[in-house]
Design a protein around this ligand. Structure first.
Ligand code: IPE
Ligand code: IPE
Ligand code: MG
Ligand code: MG
Ligand code: MG
Length: 311
């Protein structure tokens, strides 16, 4: 078991399906295999979906579901759908019209591997497939409607954040730190908040628990992008599997650029403590049980891992 896997809460079983990462990858693989698609589009979607990725968002969906008393199986459709949206956001983020990146997850970006039109269209398709996956696989109609709404909000907030990230004149009269928070809470925080909320919903969350999960998601969502900004200036391209040092070259508004590295690290610690507090609140409101404990412990470990991750 590697450190990263254990931090993300890997458990052993014969087929490795008690591991959230394997379980969700197998689930999406199966969904795509059954979905008729033009051959070259299927290849492009599979290229963007598989062959790397930490799978933080589906892991969060699964662990949040367990933390409120649900099972891993209850969360696979929502987790798979969210990872499809995340991978779509990466494909479009890397396009020449956006961040113009050639490397992602240690391989050529999709527009380099295939071509630009295919990268645009595969991203579009992954977005549609995500919603189709939930509509098709979640049989409880009320839950499906709630998940679709949550995923739509997360996706649209992510897109709003990406728009602000690529428009340098966005709210020029607002102080830089405030603008930066708005961008990061949307472009990255929105899907992570969505992961925690959808996970809770899959596990039959109560109102109080959903509030605590949302607080947790908001804290680690913003933290995730602060860490991403720090890694961009402290790590190498080889370590990251994506081009390092790009943010400064492109004049992006980032935490290190606005407040420096030390204050950015202090912000990560502050958000980590906020996330921990939210989990304490969640466990006070929760039911007891083995699955719940597995979920809570994994979320605690995941919160800590996200503060110190190196890629
Ligand atoms: C990268 O996300 C894009 C951001 C939102 C910062 P991840 O760091 O989760 O990327 P993968 O999925 O592990 O490649
Ligand atoms: C990405 O932010 C946010 C989304 C993809 C929605 P970045 O542009 O910083 O992500 P990386 O560094 O390219 O992964
Ligand atoms: Mg970007
Ligand atoms: Mg980028
Ligand atoms: Mg980045």
């Amino acid at each position: 078991m590697t450190t990263k896997q254990s931090k993300m809460g890997k458990e052993k079983d014969a087929e490795g399906l008690a591991d959230p990462v394997n379980a969700v990858e197998k689930y999406v693989d199966d969904f795509l295999a059954r979905r008729p698609l033009p051959g070259n589009l299927r290849e492009a979607v599979r290229y963007a979906m598989f062959g790397g990725g930490k799978r933080i968002r589906p892991t969060l969906v699964i662990r949040c579901c367990q933390a409120v008393g649900g099972s891993m199986a209850d969360a696979l459709a929502a987790g798979g759908a969210l990872e499809l949206v995340h991978c779509f956001s990466l494909v479009h983020d890397d396009l020449p019209a956006m961040d113009d990146d050639d490397l992602r997850r240690g391989r050529p970006t999709l527009h380099k591997h295939a071509n630009e039109a295919m990268a645009i269209l595969a991203g579009d398709a992954m977005s549609g497939l995500a919603f189709e996956l939930i509509a098709q696989r979640v049989t409880d109609g009320k839950l499906a409607a709630g998940l679709l709404r949550e995923l739509a909000i997360g996706t649209n907030d992510m897109i709003a954040g990406q728009v602000w990230d690529t428009l340098p004149d966005f709210a020029a009269d607002v102080p830089a730190l405030k603008r930066l928070q708005t961008i990061h809470k949307n472009k990255t925080g929105a899907l992570i908040r969505c992961a925690c909320r959808m996970g809770g919903m899959c596990g039959g969350v109560s109102e109080g628990q959903l509030e605590a999960l949302t607080r947790f998601g908001d804290a680690i969502g913003l933290m995730f992008q602060v860490v991403d900004d720090i890694l961009d200036v402290t790590q190498t391209t080889e370590q990251l599997g994506k081009s390092a040092g790009k943010d400064e070259k492109q004049g992006k508004l980032t935490y290190p650029a606005v407040m420096g590295l030390d204050a950015s690290r202090a912000e990560v610690a502050r958000l980590g403590a906020e996330a921990k507090g939210a989990l304490a609140e969640l466990s006070k409101n929760g039911r007891s049980g083995a699955e719940t404990q597995v979920g809570l412990t994994a979320l605690e470990e995941l919160g800590e891992y996200l503060m110190v991750r190196m890629k």
